[in-house]
Design a protein around this ligand. Structure first.
Ligand code: ADP
Ligand code: MG
Length: 320
């Protein structure tokens, strides 16, 4: 039923509460995404689940076992790719698989595993000559050597170009289709959304939202709203002549009306028509996962930080 159960997990580094009382369960065969900005506590959480790090308090069951107390048993049943995975430079993926198989004392068909991660044509290139995506695929191949039931993937596509990221997604989807339970950490919203059955959004050691992306949006988003480009008089007219809750953005010239019932849309448009005033573009808008993320997490995502830094540089140049 549940492959993973985490209850009231806590981990401090000195005074820093890296993981501050989080709980979640992951069903067998599920892809569970831990989404959050850098420093949220994702790696700490995943390393504790893998039995690589000791927790301060809380309860964890991985396939019914305690990853710290029963570490040896757990390691036999899980596959792991650490963040920023790397390997011996002069080793080919095939040699790496054989090496891992000997460590685990298992017999494997390296070609089958390479096919599973879509890496067959690169089997004879040494690690240092592989592309970023091929290196990550090698990591995935190694995580499969012991035929694990549960896979832990820590930022599997960070730093890869869009095509390579999609290739890794494809491999992860194939592994899910084979019934693996997968825990995935990422700071990419699209990755969490594309791959995960359920997502936990982490920030400063806390889980601030959890569920399917639809559930997270429904619970934390502001719901559907109607936006009409128009003058303040029109906003006032609609406000006075309907029961609707109207807000007006002076700078943008946009009238916003939350759509609580289907009929609200009709009422708003009828009032606008009746006013005989002009209006421009009309659209409905619903919060995306990104909108909700920005609301819940104080820190912007890394890409957004980068964009802001580029913006700031541009502005500086402009002023010189
Ligand atoms: N070994 C460590 N010693 C001290 N602080 C750490 C250690 N590992 C992580 N941290 C800190 O704990 C917080 C959570 O880190 P981490 O679990 O790596 O988050 P994430 O993977 O979400 O980026 C960060 O503030 C980080 O600097
Ligand atoms: Mg991390």
């Amino acid at each position: 039923m549940f492959s993973i159960e985490v209850t009231n997990l806590k981990k401090n580094y000195g005074n820093l509460k890296a993981v501050d009382d989080i709980s979640f369960k992951v069903k067998q065969g599920e892809v569970f995404g831990l989404l959050g900005p850098n420093g949220a506590g994702k790696t700490t959480t995943i390393e504790i689940m893998e039995g690589l790090r000791e927790r301060d308090s809380g309860d964890i069951k991985i396939l019914g076992l305690d990853p710290w107390k029963d570490g040896y048993e757990v390691h036999k049943k899980i596959g792991v790719i650490p963040q920023e995975f790397t390997f011996f430079e002069k080793t080919t993926p095939k040699e790496a698989i054989k090496y891992y198989a000997s460590l685990f004392n298992v017999k494997v068909d390296a070609d089958t595993i390479l096919k599973e991660v879509l890496l067959d044509e690169k089997e004879n290139h040494v690690f240092e000559n592989l592309s970023g995506g091929q290196k990550q695929k090698t990591g995935l191949a190694l995580s499969l050597v012991n035929s694990p039931e549960v896979l832990f993937l820590d930022e599997p596509t960070t730093g890869l170009d869009p095509n390579a990221r999609r290739a890794i997604w494809e491999v992860i989807r194939r592994l899910k289709a084979k019934g693996k339970t997968i825990i995935l950490t990422t700071h990419y919203l699209d990755e969490a959304q594309q791959l995960s059955d359920r997502v936990a959004i982490m920030d400063h050691g806390h889980i601030v939202a959890m569920g399917t992306t639809e559930e997270i949006i429904e619970q934390n988003g502001s719901g559907e709203r109607l936006e009409i480009h128009g003058e303040k008089q029109l906003a006032d007219y609609i406000q006075t002549n309907t029961e609707l809750q109207v807000t007006y953005n002076e700078t943008k010239g946009i009238i916003t009306i939350p759509l609580k019932k289907k009929i609200d849309m009709l009422a708003a448009l009828a009032a606008a028509e009746q006013s005989e005033m002009k209006w421009g573009e009309i659209q409905t808008h619903q919060d995306s996962l990104e909108d909700v993320f920005i609301k819940l997490v104080n820190e912007p995502l890394d890409e957004q930080k980068e964009e802001q830094q580029i913006e700031q540089k541009k502005n500086k140049k402009g002023r010189q």
